[in-house]
Design a protein around this ligand. Structure first.
Ligand SMILES: [Zn+2]
Length: 341
């Protein structure tokens, strides 16, 4: 037997509907954030992108991805793979393309570890035009002062990683930081002899590297390292030569299941080189060595389940790598809170 009987209920269905309608009208009048219908629609705000900052906690590490901007790489710079395959894989991944080339992100990474602020790579500053050069402004958007960065670890001495050591007026962008570059890259890219022996079209790269290093060298805060040297904040240098002679990937330890490899330029074309690691890049100093380094690190990060941060992976470029169908697959991190739910 039901204890509810409509005829005994003080609120009939009709009166309930009427009460809700009245409540809705009165609430709308009190709490609606929208004004009564305007005569004209206000102009749309500028549709600019939000700051290029993304935060990821990895064990004890606090990682902030900093977007520098996008470059455009021609598909023809990919070597050792048929152009038709490249084309099909770029299309399959819906990679943005224009007449200038394939959209390619440039990222830097700030890692707070053991009470120290360590920046890996510094972006392009003004070396490559207005579609890039945003690391410093995005660092400020992340509410970090450049003077609080203790160390800048360079993966290599190319200008898209090194020009950002300087401000627009040529001063040290990180006035209290020590800069770290592998001895092999320093010996090559900072040498006037290497510059003079290089093809004319590449000499500007050497000039930009020496220019970016100069104020830090003058201040005694530009250090080179070799395998086995002690490095800041317990970070490990994994040699990954080929793209440049001393290309280095940086390994951060954040506790159990919390290892991060900030790998630099191991992959430039994510839609192609995960699937086919032997596809080389026109501007690798030594393509064979670059391919060998890519194969070795891809296997290592996939086998170990390490986190990866990549300078030219789609922003924020943080995620994992898994084995798939004779190659690999990039698994990007999912946007989420920085603390446990
Ligand atoms: Zn690069």
């Amino acid at each position: 037997m039901s204890i509810f009987h409509p005829s005994r209920c003080p609120l009939s269905a009709g009166s309930v509907r009427a009460s809700w309608a009245a409540l809705a009208v009165s609430l709308a009048a009190v709490v609606s954030p929208f004004p009564a219908q305007a005569d004209t629609i206000p102009p749309a705000p500028a549709f600019a992108q939000v700051p290029g900052v993304y935060r990821q906690v990895i064990g004890d590490l606090q990682v902030t991805a900093l977007f520098d901007g996008v470059a455009f790489l021609p598909a023809s710079n990919l070597k050792a793979i048929a152009a038709a395959t490249t084309d099909a894989w770029l299309n399959a991944a819906y990679v943005p393309r224009s007449a200038k080339g394939i959209q390619t992100a440039v990222n830097a990474y700030l890692v707070r570890t053991g009470g120290q602020l360590v920046l890996v790579d510094a972006g392009t500053a003004s070396c490559f035009g207005p579609s890039l050069g945003q690391v410093l402004s995005n660092l400020k958007a992340a509410e970090v002062r450049p003077e609080d960065v203790h160390d800048v670890l360079l993966t290599h001495a190319h200008p898209d990683h090194m020009c950002g050591l300087l401000t627009a007026d040529g001063k040290m962008a990180y006035p209290n930081a020590t800069i770290w570059l592998s001895a092999d890259d320093a010996a090559y890219w900072l040498s006037t002899d290497s510059r003079d022996q290089a093809p004319q079209a590449l000499r500007g790269l050497f000039d930009m590297a020496r220019h970016a290093a100069a104020p830090y060298q003058a201040a005694g805060r530009f250090k080179t390292f070799q395998a086995g040297d002690a490095l800041p904040a317990g970070v490990e240098a994994l040699p990954s030569p080929g793209h440049t002679p001393g290309h280095t990937s940086w390994l951060f330890h954040g506790g159990p299941d919390a290892t991060l490899l900030v790998w630099g330029d191991i992959v430039h074309y994510h839609a192609v080189q995960f699937r086919r690691p032997q596809a080389a890049f026109e501007y690798d100093s030594n393509r064979q060595r670059a391919v060998a380094s890519r194969k070795r690190l891809l296997a290592q990060v996939a086998d170990e389940g390490w986190w990866v941060a990549g300078a030219h992976l789609p922003f924020p470029g943080i995620g994992h790598v898994r084995h798939e169908a004779g190659g690999y697959r990039w698994v990007p991190a999912e946007f989420g809170p920085t603390s446990a739910p």
